[in-house]
Design a protein around this ligand. Structure first.
Ligand code: GMT
Length: 379
């Protein structure tokens, strides 16, 4: 098939998932065209059968705002026409599905079919800016097929938008080969442990884009609690609006010197393989790709029981799920893990197994492929 994949190039989960899907499809012999606002960071290397098309909104000085959505639609129309796409698969209803709707109108008579994957932001947008609801609904209704990354998100979409469109749930996937396990860590992970835990300190980890929804303050509070009884350090991977506040809180709680902010790094796999526990106390989370990545690396996860996280983390088996904001309970769960190396090992191994069984690229990519074929046949 000739497949277009449209996504943001940012390092967020949707960009990672769309990039991995694009690469996997190209490796399975499809011709893939990625349409994005930049080159997604996981697609910077040359890949057979994969082309990245970058949207450049005109910065013409009459426009108060560069018209990204129009430039995106025009680029989509251009790729549909020139690459003769069978499928255009967009990640997010807004702006991608609405731009795809417009793009199809620009290539009248073309048989291209559109698939929209919801990652959650569309739903949050509804709560944040009700005025955009109609645009999200149009994106959903105008797609030939809609998928969501968790049952939780599919249910919420139906409830919020009152749509009776079938929404197929295709969970995120993680390639275990990209995430070496803690039990046989790569040399980079061992070096990291030597540098950051020279006296055998425990390493707690948080990975996110530091949006308020991630509750990074809770990460620091849990760490400060654990730090009272255990020699431990906290690694923060990523950056975003709450980063500075998190560091200020660590200072206020007297644990700043044990908090290491590693910033936005590409090689997060080495950090997972060096960590003892992932802290993931989000307020809302459609799926929680970082939790699945940690599990792939055999790292137990202490998370909130929010959104789709219970579909990822099996409570008591691959980690612990606690109520949002329950810092004492999360700290107790971390202590339980740190005090019991056997439990850490068992939960880590169960996590890697769960990822292989439920969130493998082979199975999830095949489901997207089957969906594409179904809507092409039914045109
Ligand atoms: O988590 C973020 O803030 C980034 C966001 C995105 O849009 O890239 O991630 C969302 O999509 C990921 C891939 O499907 C999911 O694993 C994340 O759970 C979801 N984030 C939220 O729901 C907050």
């Amino acid at each position: 098939m000739r497949i277009g994949i449209a996504c943001y190039a940012s390092v967020g989960g949707s960009g990672v998932l769309a990039s991995e899907l694009a690469r996997a499809l190209a490796r399975r012999g499809h011709e893939v065209h990625v349409i994005s606002d930049g080159t997604p960071f996981r697609l910077r290397n040359l890949e057979d059968r994969l082309v990245v098309h970058v949207v450049e909104p005109p910065a013409y000085d009459v426009f108060r705002h560069p018209p990204f959505e129009l430039a995106l639609a025009a680029k989509m129309a251009d790729v549909i026409r020139h690459a003769d796409l069978d499928i255009l698969h967009v990640h997010y209803a807004v702006p991608f599905a609405t731009s795809a709707f417009l793009a199809r109108a620009m290539v009248p008579g073309h048989r291209v079919r559109t698939v929209t994957t919801l990652h959650g932001t569309d739903i949050f947008l509804h709560a944040y800016d009700y005025a955009l609801t109609a645009a999200v609904r149009l994106g959903i209704e105008a797609s030939d097929a809609v998928t969501a990354v968790s049952h939780h998100l599919a249910d919420e979409t139906r409830a919020v938008f009152g749509t009776d469109r079938p929404i197929e749930v295709i969970h995120n996937f993680v390639d275990p080969d990209r995430f070496p396990p803690r039990s046989s860590p790569p040399p980079r992970a061992a070096a990291l442990r030597r540098a950051l835990a020279p006296a055998g300190e425990f390493l707690l980890l948080h990975v996110s884009n530091f949006r308020p929804i991630k509750r990074v303050g809770d990460v620091v509070r849990v760490f400060a609690e654990v730090r009272k009884t255990h020699r431990a350090r906290l690694l923060l991977v990523g950056d975003g609006p709450e980063h500075a506040r998190a560091l200020a809180l660590a200072e206020a709680l007297g644990v700043a010197e044990d908090v290491h902010a590693l910033g936005r790094i590409d090689d997060v796999a080495a950090v997972y393989a060096a960590a003892d526990v992932l802290l993931f106390p989000s307020e809302k989370e459609s799926f929680g790709l970082a939790a699945a990545e940690a599990m792939a690396a055999e790292v137990p996860v202490v998370a909130s029981a929010a959104g789709g996280l219970p579909e990822v983390v099996e409570d008591g088996v691959t980690g612990f799920l606690l109520p949002v904001g329950d810092v004492p309970a999360m700290a107790a769960a971390v202590r339980r893990l740190l005090d019991d190396p056997g439990l850490r090992r068992r939960m880590g191994a169960a996590g890697r197994r769960r990822v292989a069984e439920r969130f493998s690229p082979a199975a999830q990519v095949a489901r997207y492929e089957a969906l594409y074929k179904r809507i092409i046949i039914h045109q």
